[in-house]
Design a protein around this ligand. Structure first.
Ligand code: UDP
Length: 328
């Protein structure tokens, strides 16, 4: 494996993947429509701007480069928006992956690592969540990712395309060496919002509910460093290259932190007061989501290396040096 195609490589997690592949000496080709991605985040790779749903565009890219494997991050990912506009999500996420698999089939590329999500589980039946647990998404975003996992399974059987679907829990952090980080507009994720409040870009953080059945009443999530996520993708690609069986894998640290614990840790890391106010619950938020990462550890040999303080401290380095993201 020498040349890797990263779809959505200009996005948050995709750009961290590109940085790792470049560091490891791979030739990296990025396809991205730059609808939410940032060309400035693509460092050391070739960028071809276009939409996955455009089969001719993909055919050109697969003809231009000797692609050995694909990592697909390209998707819309706003849970709330997916509820109000499900067709936008099916139309982009599912159709984009379908088009990518078609190009892979036509060009004889047999390995794909796919960016899936803990949202495939919906309301969990137990903690920590295992890959064999019930998958019943409670929003269209999770439903599109689960639909794509189904499509991957059938494409494996029919065309021998091997896949690893990686179900991320809460991605956060940044790569302070390469100088890339999170820049969503609008921002909806907790850690960047907390750090924007630390920078004075927001007057406070809203805590979405403090009456959940958790120790301090706020929601508990499993935060995983984006660089640890990238390492898992590379291990998954190597695993498939060695003939590993297709499957789905949880990617999380296996430890949960509440919204209040995140804000407290951010206060400690930044030395800023970070005002916070309790607000009503956000619709559709499960109270606790914690990954069992046993399968990824055992099968892929993955071990996350960075804990919460490092996640927040790297994110703080990024946000404080790029208060307007890639914009300025
Ligand atoms: N959250 C919050 N205030 C915010 C943003 C998020 O209290 O301004 C909470 C949210 O309700 C959830 C947790 O923080 O319990 C993580 O939310 P995020 O959107 O970062 O990720 P999700 O778990 O929804 O994928």
């Amino acid at each position: 494996m020498k040349t890797i195609l990263v779809a959505g490589g200009a996005g948050y997690i995709g750009s961290h993947m590109v940085a790792l592949l470049v560091e490891k000496g791979y030739d990296v080709v990025v396809v991205d429509n730059l609808c939410t991605g940032h060309w400035q985040a693509v460092k050391g790779a070739k960028l071809r701007v276009g939409d996955l749903r455009d089969g001719n565009f993909l055919d050109q890219v697969f003809s231009e480069f000797p692609i050995d494997g694909v990592i697909n991050f390209a998707a819309y990912s706003l849970v709330g928006e997916s509820v109000t506009n499900p067709l936008k999500y099916y139309g982009n996420n599912v159709a984009g992956s379908q088009s990518m698999l078609t190009a892979m089939k036509n060009h004889g590329v047999k390995k794909i690592v796919f960016s899936s999500t803990a949202a495939t589980y919906g309301e969990p039946e137990k903690q920590p969540i295992e890959e064999t647990d019930r998958t019943e998404p409670t929003n269209p975003y999770g439903a599109t990712k689960l639909a794509i996992e189904g499509m991957l399974k059938w494409c494996d059987r029919a065309y021998g395309i091997k896949y690893a679907a990686l179900r991320y829990f809460n991605a956060a952090g940044a790569n302070t060496e390469v100088g890339i980080g999170e820049d969503h507009n609008p921002e909806s994720h907790l850690i960047p919002i907390v750090l924007q409040a630390a920078l004075g870009k927001r007057d406070h953080v809203g805590i979405f509910g403090d009456d959940y059945p958790t120790p301090d009443g706020t929601c508990v999530r499993d935060y995983i460093h984006v660089r640890d996520l990238a390492s898992a993708h590379l291990l998954a690609l190597e695993y498939l290259d060695k003939g590993g069986e297709s499957g789905s894998f949880n990617l999380g640290n296996g430890t949960g932190y509440s919204v209040k614990e995140i804000i407290d840790t951010a206060r400690k890391v930044t030395g800023k007061a970070i005002p916070a106010t309790v607000e009503p619950r956000r619709a559709g938020d499960p109270s606790v989501l914690i990954a069992s990462n046993k399968k990824a550890q055992e099968v892929l040999g993955w071990k996350p290396e960075r804990g919460l303080e490092q996640i927040i401290s790297d994110a703080w380095t990024w946000h404080s040096s790029h208060p307007d993201g890639y914009g300025k």
